[in-house]
Ligand binder design. Structure first.
Ligand code: PLP
Length: 387
């Protein structure tokens, strides 16, 4: 075989998704016969909801390209649903681009906005795909730690806003912390960005977990009225169809046009059966099935109760998504090794905080069945007590 060409310099900082890689490794260990309690997943455990399966089955005869921005009826349905959900009248079909999940949506959005050297502020802990995509488009990541209880540290963010700042990314409910940003912090940030004359900042809101919320007093970030905002959302998490790759971006029209142009060459339209899946979800109010929410609430409770019996692990009860972010700083100064030892000695897999630029922590997903969760937490307790 001839020597492969050297890779482009822009890939120098790229690394594979740490969570996907760990999940694959853990599944491989299970396939090799080890008893594994896999609490690393970033997706719901159940099957595709029946209403989606039925709706898509009826459309399998359809096989042609759709417009790059998605089926017109789907763009309209997303716009209508978002107008109601966020109370934002400006959202019309032209403001929606249907995408092959939120990952290409975010990538095309950053490609459209970021020039080399432009800065993007990321509150940390952070879902590291943002860092990777920003690196790919030549932007500079500026990380700003959240407060101790995982709220936005608004003064710290504003201290980093400079002429070079182009974007702030907000994700609430948040991966990996499971927490939501408070209305007070969001409104402060909105107000301060409105009056700053340093630069015009676009807030990219990753709203992928906004349908998976357990508290009533949750503030939707898009409803806070940021002057320049783009909303990224999708059906992966709330409809348990992560593998179907269907999402969307909501933005001012110049941006949806730019993103559509880019994606018309990169992915073309999002998969047609998945667009029909999205239509089926929207026809039912675009909510997760009630049984899914009830189960998640129960599992969240169960995990929190079990964690309360391990005083050396601290955590903040998650308000949304399906993650608990374990503070293991009292147990180790190397969370990567702690997670590795936990996996090797007990078969319990959690994601080290390093994957989210938050060493000293570990992310536990509570989508597994009750028996698995209970057993895993007993093993974690024993592991902690033995140390
Ligand atoms: N945004 C966040 C915060 C996520 O945690 C994930 C998946 O883990 C995504 C976006 C990606 O979702 P999608 O399946 O739409 O690409």
């Amino acid at each position: 075989m001839t020597q492969p060409a050297s890779l482009a310099k822009r890939l120098a900082t790229l690394s594979e998704s740490a969570t996907l890689a760990l999940n694959a490794r853990v599944k491989q260990m299970a396939a090799e016969g080890r008893t594994i309690y896999n609490l690393t997943a970033g997706e719901l455990a159940g099957e595709t909801p029946g209403y989606i399966q039925k709706a898509v089955a009826q459309k399998l005869n359809q096989n042609k390209y759709t417009p790059a921005a998605g089926l017109p009826e789907l763009r309209s349905a997303i716009a209508e649903s978002a107008r109601k959900f966020y109370g934002l009248d400006w959202i019309q079909a032209e403001n929606v681009v249907v995408t092959s999940s939120t990952k290409p949506a975010l990538y095309a959005c950053l490609l459209s906005l970021i020039d080399p050297g432009d800065e993007v502020i990321l509150p940390t802990p952070v879902w590291t795909t943002y860092n990777q995509l920003i690196g790919l488009v030549g932007g500079k990541v500026v990380e700003v730690p959240m407060t101790e209880d995982f709220d936005l540290d608004v003064p710290a963010i504003m201290a980093k806003v400079s002429k070079r700042t182009k974007v702030i990314v907000l994700n609430s409910p948040n991966n990996p912390t499971g927490t939501v940003f408070t209305a007070a912090a969001l409104h402060d940030l909105r107000d301060l960005l409105l009056v700053t004359n340093i630069t015009k900042v676009t807030v990219i809101i990753d709203d992928i977990y906004s349908k998976l919320v357990y508290e009533d007093d949750f503030t939707l970030v898009p409803a806070c009225g940021f002057e320049n905002m783009i909303i990224s959302n999708g059906f992966s998490k709330s409809q348990a169809i992560t593998g179907w790759r269907i999402g969307y971006l909501i933005a001012p029209e110049p941006i949806t046009k730019a993103v559509t142009g880019l994606l018309s060459h990169i992915t073309g339209n999002a998969s047609l059966p998945s667009q029909h899946a999205a239509l089926a979800a929207l026809a039912r109010g675009d909510k997760p099935p009630a049984a899914t929410m009830a189960l998640l609430k129960k599992q969240r409770q169960l995990v929190c109760q079990a964690l309360d019996a391990i005083p050396k692990i601290k955590y903040k009860k998650p308000s949304g998504a399906f993650y608990v972010f374990l503070d293991i700083r009292a147990l180790t100064d190397n969370s990567l090794k702690w997670c590795e030892d936990l996996l090797n000695q007990t078969g319990v897999a959690v994601v080290p905080g390093e994957a989210f630029d938050a060493p000293g922590f570990a992310r536990l997903t509570f989508v597994a069945d009750e028996a698995t969760l209970l057993k895993a937490l007993v093993l974690i307790k024993k592991f902690v007590e033995k140390a």
